[in-house]
Design a protein around this ligand. Structure first.
Ligand code: PLP
Length: 389
């Protein structure tokens, strides 16, 4: 009988994308999937058009066009002085952080290896591990501040543990990991000879606290695989240009897999990406200020509507608790909200290996124009206890 593979069978379609589809079909305001509904910087549009006109239309070097790798190394040194990265031996350009993570796991892990993943999680890490043949081991972050319990983390390490995934600022909670927590992770990595896969895609969106790349902690550069992307920092999620920074030894594994997975990211967009990476500091300041404003518009409206809100310190998501609003579970409530009052979110259970941990939660994404956020707020106001009597 014809059938899909056991690996493909073992996970379901992304719930986030499903919610987005339902939202489109229902004409709902979508605060589900995390992509901007506003334009990317005009410099990037112009650079993309120029790159095509300048005939950058054939395969780039598989691990990335040289000008882009140079720009990534320079930007890394600019924002994180002391973290020196060799663009020829340590940077691989990939098709977004999504490819970066799976190419890194496929290139560096073996079937049966265990990978520690914090939950709630960005939903790709589990399937990435499974496609690699590795086994995800989940460690729960504890509310209200999504704290790591050091004992639980230590207990998750077994003789088969090979790696740990760290995503800070964190999707879906907006948590920014503290230096103490990163020190704890780094201690474990050094003690047990683990690789750290860090997803740094929200590194420029930190409202409170600071982004500390794990690779900059003592002894961590050689064992950290740092993944980042154009998607969020430059509002070009559709470009599919990202990169992986790792030691020369680990980079060999990442590049071998990347070569056979995709050959390379879109060549003209790699050239155009340089225009983003070389932007002045003022760009990042304005980006952050814009997101802070969006956060500060959305959060009070969610609270007024009756959600309990976890205030995000970074990234562009707000995790909420729906206990005061409904007895329905997260999926039923999310579906109902799409229909009436017409706002799409993501059910909390999709961020947990044990769905029951997310049954009272919904995630709102706010990379949206203020008018979109206000339209969502107007609709959500009908949920407020006062509006219901
Ligand atoms: N990692 C995290 C934590 C994300 O939230 C997302 C997108 O939402 C991605 C990776 C996807 O990144 P990319 O578009 O670079 O593949």
């Amino acid at each position: 009988m014809l059938r899909i593979s056991r690996k493909a069978e073992s996970f379901t379609e992304s719930v986030i994308r499903e919610m987005n589809r339902l939202a489109v079909a229902a004409g709902a305001v979508s605060l589900a999937q995390g992509f901007p509904d506003f334009a990317c910087p005009p410099e990037l549009k112009a650079a993309a058009a120029e790159a095509v006109a300048a005939d950058h239309n054939q395969y780039a070097i598989t691990f990335g066009a040289k000008p882009l790798r140079d720009a990534i190394a320079a930007k890394t040194a600019h924002f994180h002085p002391g973290w020196t990265v060799d663009p020829d031996a340590q940077i691989s350009v990939v098709n977004g952080a999504t490819e970066g993570m799976i190419a890194a796991m496929l290139g560096l892990l073996d079937p049966g290896d265990e990978v520690i993943v914090f939950e709630p999680f960005y939903e790709n890490y589990g399937p990435d591990a499974i496609l690699t043949g590795a086994i995800p081991r989940y460690v729960t972050l504890h509310e209200p501040d999504w704290r790591i319990d050091p004992e639980e983390l230590r207990a998750a390490v077994t003789p088969r543990t090979r790696a740990i995934v760290v995503n800070s600022p964190h999707n879906p909670t907006g948590k920014v990991f503290t230096r103490e927590e990163l020190d704890l992770v780094a201690d474990l990595c050094r003690e047990h000879d683990l690789i750290a896969f860090t997803d740094d895609i929200y590194q420029h969106l930190v409202y409170e606290g600071e982004h500390i790349p794990l690779a900059t902690l003592p002894g961590m550069a050689e064992r950290t695989v740092s993944i980042d992307s154009m998607s969020k920092t430059y509002s070009v999620t559709g470009w599919r240009v990202g990169w992986v920074i790792a030691s020369p030894e680990l980079t060999v594994g990442v590049r071998r897999v990347h070569d056979f997975l995709t050959v390379g990211a879109a060549a003209p967009l790699q050239h155009a990406a340089v225009a983003g990476l070389t932007m002045a500091d003022a760009y990042y300041d304005a980006l952050l200020a814009g997101y802070r404003e969006r956060r500060d518009v959305l959060l009070p409206t969610l609270e007024a509507a009756g959600f309990r809100v976890h205030r995000p310190a970074g990234a562009y998501y707000a995790m909420t608790d729906i206990r005061d609003l409904t007895d329905e579970d997260d999926v039923a409530f999310a579906r109902r909200l799409i229909a009436d009052p017409g706002v799409a979110t993501v059910p909390g259970s999709s961020f947990f290996s044990r769905p029951e941990l997310g049954r009272t939660k919904l995630r709102f994404a706010f990379p949206k124009r203020l008018e979109t956020l206000r339209a969502a707020a107007d609709r959500l106001a009908s949920l407020a206890p006062a509006a219901r009597v």
